[in-house]
Design a protein around this ligand. Structure first.
Ligand SMILES: C[S@@+](CC[C@H](N)C(=O)[O-])C[C@H]1O[C@@H](n2cnc3c(N)ncnc32)[C@H](O)[C@@H]1O
Length: 316
């Protein structure tokens, strides 16, 4: 098992692969529609590690964008029990993929379409895989961020710039570049729910209704915020968003005594439903938690820019 840590792409690796891709691209025959990325297959060992990192299983639907000879989707079906499809502009790749799927005995679970990846409906995906180029990843980024929260995305060798991965891993790839060998970078993201804005809820605490407000700022999967509880303003601690699962805590006074509030829930549009664990010297217990969003922040469609809208009016 390789060690896992978050790191930016190595510029040397990026130059090497971009060079190799450009070389292969120059050698490609002219196609009906020009592919934005030339064909270089992901080494099989890297394919398997990408699918392991994404924890692909029988309930998954995998879409490979620019699917080459179909190896990622075929492996996802054969070794991991998933279903899915691949799209590629090159009809020769689609023919190869169909032949490879037939040889692997997975034609009932995979399909390959000659189609532009930018015109492909991705809504069925639980996992998206890609081996493209940095600028293509960036062009795709808004479309990926609009997918169902919780959808997993794995990219071979190329990052998403300021959208940092949830997980990064470097792996040895002895079959890379037709057997020359090298290393591969694997980037993994979970599509975050859109949570920026102002939220309110009420809970019965110590037999009395208590009102809460919270403002969340969001930069991709990284969120931060403050809450207002009983006239007291507190910073959210240990804030975490993974897909649509959110959790955070803060300590606020209740009847003059400090009470730790731990929230966890699921974001569904403008609602969060879950539970709150309250613990203080005189108060202990778990409550249902249902928050409503009362104002969305004006997040850009691709929130590459930091969201720093203030909602001071709601707290006044
Ligand atoms: C680097 S290869 C990756 C192949 C495969 N995903 C793998 O990892 O082995 C990129 C593939 O994307 C295809 N491609 C490039 N631009 C595309 C586009 N706009 N739509 C669909 N396929 C595209 C190319 O024809 C090529 O087969």
């Amino acid at each position: 098992m390789q060690s896992i840590s978050c790191r930016p792409v190595s510029s040397a690796a990026l130059r090497r692969l971009a060079g190799a891709l450009a070389f292969v691209g120059a050698a490609l025959p002219a196609l009906a529609a020009e592919p934005s990325v030339p064909y270089v297959p992901t080494p099989q060992e890297v394919v398997e590690r990408m699918l392991q990192i994404a924890k692909v299983g029988p309930r998954d639907y995998v879409i490979d964008l620019g699917s080459g000879d179909g190896r990622i989707v075929i492996t996802a079906a054969k070794k991991f029990g998933a279903r899915g499809f691949g799209v590629d502009l090159n009809p020769e790749r689609i023919r190869e993929s169909n032949e490879n799927a037939r040889k692997a005995g997975v034609t009932d679970r995979v399909a390959f379409y000659q189609r532009d990846l930018f015109e492909t409906d991705l809504s069925e995906a639980t996992v998206i895989t890609m081996y493209l180029l940095p600028r293509v990843n960036l062009e795709l980024r808004p479309k990926l961020l609009d997918l169902k929260p919780g959808t997993r995305v794995v990219s071979h060798d190329f990052s998403m710039e300021d959208w940092k991965p949830d997980l990064y891993e470097k792996v040895d790839a002895k079959d890379k570049y037709g057997g020359t060998g090298g290393t591969s970078d694997i980037y993994f993201w979970v599509i975050p729910a859109k949570v920026a804005g102002n939220w309110r809820w009420q809970m019965q605490v110590g037999g009395k209704p208590r009102f809460y407000e919270m403002t969340l700022a969001q930069n991709y999967q990284v969120i931060s915020g403050t809450a207002r509880a009983g006239g007291e303003s507190v910073k959210l601690q240990n804030v975490r968003l993974r897909g649509s699962e959110i959790r955070f805590n803060f300590t606020a006074g209740v009847d003059g005594a400090a009470v730790r509030h731990e929230f966890s829930g699921k974001v569904e549009g403008d609602a969060i439903n879950g539970s709150a664990m309250l613990s203080g010297a005189r108060l202990q217990g778990q409550l249902e938690w249902s928050a409503r969003r009362v104002a969305r922040s004006a997040a850009p469609r691709d929130p590459g820019a930091r969201v720093s809208q203030s909602f001071s009016g709601l707290f006044d």
